[in-house]
Design a protein around this ligand. Sequence first.
Ligand SMILES: Nc1ncnc2c1ncn2[C@@H]1O[C@H](COP(=O)(O)OP(=O)(O)OP(=O)(O)O)[C@@H](O)[C@H]1O
Ligand SMILES: [Mg+2]
Length: 606
Amino acid sequence: MPASSDGNPAAHTDARSQPLRNLWRLRPYLRPYAMEFAWLLVAALAATAASLAVPLVVQRVVDGPVARHDEAGLLRLGALALLLGVAEAVLIFIRRWTQSSSSVGMEAAIRADIYAHLQRLPAGFHDRWQSGQLLSRITSDLSVIRRFLSFGLLFLVLNLITYAAVVALLIRLHQWLGLLVAASAVPLFLISRRFARHYHAASRRMQDQQGDVATLVEETALGLRTMRAYGRGPELAARFAVGARRLHDTGIGKARLLARTSALFDLVPNLTLGAVLVAGAAAVAEGVLSIGELVAFVSLQLMLIWPVQSLGWIIANAQEAATAADRIQEVLDTPPTIVDSPHARPLDRGEVRGRLRFEGVGFRYPGTSAPVLRELDLTVEPGETMALVGATGCGKSTLLSLVPRLHEVTGGRITLDGHDVRDLRLDSLRRLVAVAFEEPTLFSMSVWENLTLGRPDAGEDEVRAALTLAQAEFAYELPWGLATRVGEQGLSLSGGQRQRLALARAVLGRPAVLVLDDPLSALDVHTEALVEAALRRVLRETATTTLLVAHRPSTVALADRVALLDDGRIVAVGTHSEMLARLPAYRAVLSAEPERRSDGVGLVRS
Ligand SMILES: Nc1ncnc2c1ncn2[C@@H]1O[C@H](COP(=O)(O)OP(=O)(O)OP(=O)(O)O)[C@@H](O)[C@H]1O
Ligand SMILES: [Mg+2]
C-alpha cells in the first residue's frame, strides 16, 4: 500500500475496496480445479444426505419395530442406519482427500502471478510500497484465501444446502413446527450481516498491521549493523513493540467480536429447539404428532446446530479472504507503466556502436512537485568514458536510472545510436546497458548465479575473463569457489569484494553501455585502490561507452571527459584539467568531498 501522508499506511483503509468483487475476480484460478470441486461438493452433499437419512430411519424404528416389538424389523433398520453411517464416513474421507491438493495448487498459481507482476512493475512502484506489505500479501493473505477456498466456501455452500434441506424435511414432518424453525433464519441473517460489516473493517486493519510488522522485522534484519552502530536497538524495539501491540489489540478485538457473535449463533438454534420441544410435546399429547416423528424432528433439528454455530467462523473466514483479495488485487491492479511499446524493436549487440545522447531530458518523481532534471543535454561518444559530477542529491543516480528505463523520462528523450530507448525492446535495452548501483546488491545465491544474473548462458571462460577484468579473482578462493552462496545482500563479503563482483557482473554481458554509480563510495582507502584499479582496467580494456558517477578526483581522472550536473542541467562538459582550471563551481564540488585525494589530478588521461 502506498504510504499515506501521516506515514502510517496501516491507518489507511482503502475506501474503494470491493472485497466480494475482488474475491470473485480470482475465479480463473479455480477453473483448473472445477471438476475436483464438483466432485468435492457431490461427495460432501452425499455425506450430508446420508447423515440426514439417519433420523428418518430412527423415526421408522421408534414408530415401527419398537412400538410393535418386531425384532427382525429392528435388525433390518439398524443395519440400514449402520450402512448410512459407514457411507457418510467414507464420503467425508473422500472429500477431505480431494480438498487439500486443489487449494494448495491454486495458492501457488496466484503467488506465481503476483511475483511475476511485481517483477514487471517499475522501480517507482517499489519506491512507494513497503516491502513488508508486499511480503505479507504474498504470504499470509494468500493462505487466508486458500483456507477460505478449501474450507470456508465449501462449508458455506454445504451448510446453506443442509439448512434448506433440513427445514424442508421439518416442514414435511410438521408444518407449523417446521415454519417456526424456518423463521429462526431471520435473526440469523440479521446477526450475520452486522457481524460481516464489523469484521470486515477489523480484518483489513489486522492484515495491514501484519504488513507493518513484517516491514519492521525486515528493516531490522537489513539494518542490523547500522542500528547497532548507532545504539538504536532500544528505540527500534520500542517501535516494534508498538506495532506488535497494535496487531495484538486488533487480534483480540476480532476474537471478541467473533466470540460475541458465536454466542448469538449458539443461542438462536437452542432457543428454537426449546420452543419446538414444548410445542412438540403438546402436539404429541394432542395426538397430532407421533413420538417417532418428534424424535426425528428433534434429531434433525440438532443437525442444524453445527451449521449455524460454524456460521460465525465461516463469515469471519470469508471476510478475511475478501480483504486479502482486496489487498492482492491492489498489487495486481497496479499497471506496469514501463513496458514495450507496440512498435518496439530488438537491437543486437553487433549493430550497436554505443552513442548515448540525452536530448532535453526532464524528470520528476511521481508525487513530487519539483523536477529533478530539466532540459538536460549530454552526449557520450562511442567508447568514451564520461564522468558525471555534481553535489549530493542533485540527481546523478536518477539520471543513470533513466538509461535502462528503470524510471521513464518525463520530458525529452534518451537515444542509443539515434534510437529512442523507448522504441527498443526492454529485454534488448537491458542487455545492452549494464548497471552497477552505488549499493551493490548480491542475492542470496551462489557467486556464479549472482554473476550470471543478466547472462544465464555465460560460459566458464567468459566468467573468468569478467572476474579477471574486475580484479575479483578472490571469488575462486572462497570456501566453495564460485559455488559459494553469498548471504542476503552479500553481507558475508567485504564492501570492496561486493563492488568488484558487481563490476564483474556488469561487464560480463559485454554491454554496449556501462552505467556505473560511484563504485567507490563507502570504501576504505585500501579497498578503494583495489576497486579503482579494477575500474581502470575495465574502462581501458572494454572500450565500452561508460557513464560513471564520481565523487573523488581520482575516479574522475579515469574518465575521458567530465560533465557537471547542477540544478537539473549539465552546466559544463570538458576534461578534468580544463574544468579544474576554468570552473570554480567544479572545484567546489570536488573539494567538498571529505576524502579528496591529493594525487587525483596527476592521473588525468587525455
Ligand atoms: N524514489 C524517489 N522518489 C522521490 N524523490 C526521489 C527519489 N529518489 C531520489 N529522489 C530525490 O531526487 C533527488 C536526486 O536524487 P539522486 O539519488 O538522483 O541524487 P544523487 O545525485 O545520486 O545523490 P548522491 O550523490 O547523494 O548519490 C534528491 O533530491 C532525492 O531526494
Ligand atoms: Mg546517487
